[in-house]
Write a protein that binds this ligand. Structure first.
Ligand code: ZN
Length: 181
């Protein structure tokens, strides 16, 4: 869970970064930035700020803002019915985002919280700088982390079923609870 104050704080941090990046936003969009803690209640360490630009029945576009070293935990997009699973394209927009997917490579253990080593298996690292673009095939395990100054990526994807994403860490709950204190 996150507190209402944290939600405000992280939303502001994300809006600032988007401002630095020069991405034009309406006030309504700025206020709609979602702060996700993935149920781990440590949003600065594992969390993400996500602005949905649009989502229809079939496609969506989002901005994912990660603070320095902030981790969007490992997950994959499973098949649903006749659909092979969400296809996602990431495009680096600002800063640097460390992207990891299944494949050859080693994860620098200093990047991950010590007690969560077992929750990160995708070890092929690709740093997404502005204009770098990758296609994530359905079912591929992946995770991301903000670089030294943080990073912003644009995510384009097929049908929105974030709630069905599967996570490696069994402690994760996709819906973030916001509490008033
Ligand atoms: Zn994903």
């Amino acid at each position: 869970m996150i507190t209402r104050a944290q939600q405000k704080e992280f939303r502001l941090l994300a809006a600032d970064m988007l401002g630095k990046a020069g991405f034009p936003l309406t006030e309504k969009e700025r206020d709609s930035i979602a702060v996700a803690d993935f149920g781990l209640s440590n949003v600065r360490q594992q969390g993400a700020q996500i602005l949905t630009l649009f989502e229809t029945e079939r496609i969506s576009a989002k901005l994912i803002v990660l603070l320095p070293a902030q981790i969007l935990p490992e997950h994959w997009h499973p098949p649903v019915g006749d659909d092979p699973g969400k296809e996602e394209i990431l495009r680096g927009y600002w800063g640097r985002t460390h992207y990891f997917e299944q494949g050859e490579g080693e994860i620098d253990p200093s990047l991950i919280p010590e007690d969560k080593m077992h929750c990160f298996t995708a070890s092929k690292r690709i740093d997404l700088l502005p204009a770098d673009q990758i296609i994530i095939a359905p079912g591929t395990k992946h995770w991301m982390q903000g670089g030294p100054e943080g990073g912003i990526v644009i995510s384009f994807s097929t049908c929105v079923r974030d709630i069905l994403d599967q996570f490696t860490d069994p402690a994760i709950v996709r819906t973030t609870v916001v509490i008033d204190t």
